[in-house]
Design a protein around this ligand. Structure first.
Ligand code: ARG
Length: 585
């Protein structure tokens, strides 16, 4: 049977605090514990007396000492002290800590407390057909996958949707370019056909072709016109273009699937812009009919400005004067489609922060039109990935860095690091795992909306705030547990004695609260910070408290259980970041 926790250590303490506040005739809304700011004075502290003092007109220390007197009766606390203006410092009893640690160890998921399940659609990845994945997509993939795992672990039903950029001008550019180079392809004949395997192009060719096509269009208005015409013909259902488009899409998606696999990123639906095109004419009619969309200089727009806007909010353009639909039109239709198909409670868009205005406009338009009733729409934006010079990361050749370049830069560096390590058989597989941990941790440990510097040298280091450091901590614990099994040493009842044991139990106990908070803020960096801190706490424990070499068998058994608990929490935390832990390194 699966075993989940229904309360965290902090929430158990909060319940005791609430009861004590009430027993003193005080309102309980400030009866909350936070981690102690000075661990030498306690494990947790409650700052609730200070705000109460103001509303009740009583000295905060008086309030605090009333509450403390009640708390002292409880076996959960070893000591309850008042400090400063009225801080209540709580030191938990060793029994309470040991029971809490054992409860957490007995859960399946490191004590994560399930929430009321919501249906959450996560729109992430967003690669464009025929264009290689670049650094921006890397962030979207890494953050989106982590959010998918975090929300899923809390019991939500998540739907990961890649939202392929598979429609629009870029496809027209490519078709026009292919037509110039291979005018005799069967898809360009009056009776078009595209027999299996007849396309003389692979993904590598497409990736070369696209930038050349885009550059030609930019330089030459006639070429741009050609691309526009091809786009219009495609959108009007030109049979040959459709065949070609589908073939390109397949080639591209196959390549992208390999990238997703190598990043260990998973999608539930691989839908794209093209999949909602058939909804657009009806949607525009509906918007027109209900006067939500209005003509403006020949184009069709939706006013989205609100009285409370601090800065100007331009109307959302949903059809150009020639009738062509836009990126925003597709996003609006996608909301309509998802509302029907997936019935989400929330849609989270993991997309570059530079698209913030676009999403604000689309969300407002969707709500105005009644297309998102009961759906919370949220743009989880992210900042840019920069090189060591602080400018957007470039390849060694100076081009825009593609996903493959980033991965191989990190994996190369990881391989160099591992060079002296002779113990591992499959060094290549290990280099990949370490390189991936390096990339993901570096990305996820910086706050989502701020950019970060992509520095493969630093991020594969086994020292400092890095993925490999945390990964290594986890592997080391596994090897301690492995050696214990070899020697027939078993885990046993947890006894909390040494300060480093107490610190470790308290740190592990925080994990479920960190996961809840990371989900509320859509901020995987909270988990990254946490696992790094826990790895350090463990390392202090391991230095101060011999495990296999412990004097007494009971002590060894208890410490092994603490190792098992830490491993469970670290491995779960890393998993939530999308980071896999090798067996050895
Ligand atoms: N394809 C877009 C790009 O590369 C990202 C798509 C994001 N998702 C969305 N629903 N607009 O910028």
């Amino acid at each position: 049977m699966s075993h989940h926790s229904d309360a965290t250590l902090a929430s158990r303490v909060d319940r005791l605090l609430e009861a004590a506040f009430r027993a003193c005739g005080l309102p309980a809304d400030t009866a909350r514990s936070v981690p102690a700011s000075r661990p030498e004075l306690g494990d947790l502290q409650c700052n609730g007396a200070m705000p109460l003092a103001k509303t009740l007109g009583r000295p905060p220390r008086d309030i605090a000492s009333d509450v403390a007197a009640k708390l002292r009766d409880d076996a959960a606390f070893e000591s309850v002290d008042i400090a400063g203006p009225g801080f209540i410092n709580l030191r938990l009893s060793t029994t309470f800590l040991a029971t809490s640690a054992e409860d957490q160890l007995a859960t399946d998921d490191a004590g994560i407390v399930r929430q009321n399940a919501q249906r959450v659609l996560i729109d992430f990845g967003g690669p464009n057909v025929a264009k290689p994945l670049h650094v921006g997509h890397l962030r979207s993939l890494v953050i989106g996958e982590s959010l998918r795992r975090i929300l899923g672990a809390l019991g939500h039903h998540t739907i990961g949707d890649v939202h392929l950029g598979d429609w629009g001008l870029q496809m027209g550019m490519l078709i026009a370019e292919i037509r110039r180079r291979w005018p005799d392809l069967p898809c360009f004949l009056p009776e078009p056909a595209l027999p299996e395997g007849s396309l003389p192009l692979g993904m590598d060719d497409l990736q070369k072709l696209y930038p050349e096509a885009a550059a030609a269009c930019k330089a030459d208005p006639a070429r741009m016109e050609e691309a526009r015409e091809a786009t219009a013909a495609l959108q009007a259902g030109h049979v040959g273009y459709m065949l070609l488009w589908r073939a390109i899409r397949t080639i591209s998606l196959d390549a992208q699937r390999r990238d997703f696999d190598s990043l260990d990123v998973h999608f539930d639906v691989l839908l794209g812009e093209s999949d909602v095109q058939s909804l657009i004419p009806g949607m525009l009619d509906d918007l027109r009919r209900r006067h939500i969309a209005v003509e403006s200089e020949g184009a069709l727009v939706i006013e989205v400005a609100e009285a409370s806007d601090g800065k100007p909010m331009p109307p959302l353009l949903v059809a150009k004067s020639d009738g062509a639909a836009l990126y925003a039109t597709t996003d609006l239709a996608t909301i309509l489609d998802r509302a029907k198909r997936d019935k989400p409670d929330r849609i989270v868009y993991v997309v570059d922060q530079r698209q913030a205005l676009h999403f604000e406009q689309v969300f407002r338009a969707a709500h105005r039109a009644g297309y998102a009733d009961g759906i919370e729409l949220f743009h989880a934006g992210f900042g840019t990935v920069n090189g060591p010079d602080g400018k957007p990361y470039k390849t060694r050749q100076g081009g825009v860095a593609q996903l493959g370049d980033l991965l191989s830069d990190a994996i190369d560096k990881a391989r160099e690091r591992l060079a002296e390590n002779t113990e591992v058989d499959d060094r290549e597989a290990l280099a990949r795992l370490v390189g991936m941990a390096a990339i993901k941790f570096a990305d996820l440990s910086s706050y989502r909306t701020s950019g970060y510097i992509f520095d493969p040298e630093r991020m594969v280091s086994f020292e400092g705030r890095t993925g490999p450091y945390v990964q290594y901590a986890c592997v080391r614990i596994c090897s301690i547990l492995g050696r214990a099994i070899e020697r027939g040493a078993a885990t046993g009842a947890i006894v909390v004695d040494a300060p480093a044991e107490r610190a470790l139990v308290l740190d592990c106990a925080r994990f479920p609260d960190v996961v809840t908070s990371a989900a509320a803020n859509l901020a995987p960096n909270e988990i990254a910070d946490y696992v790094f801190g826990l790895a350090q706490t463990f390392s202090r424990f391991y230095n101060e408290c011999p495990v296999l070499a412990a004097d007494a068998e009971a002590t060894r058994a208890s410490r092994l259980a603490l190792c098992a608990l830490t491993r469970q929490v670290l491995a779960k935390g890393l998993w939530l970041l999308g980071i896999a832990v090798p067996e050895r390194m």
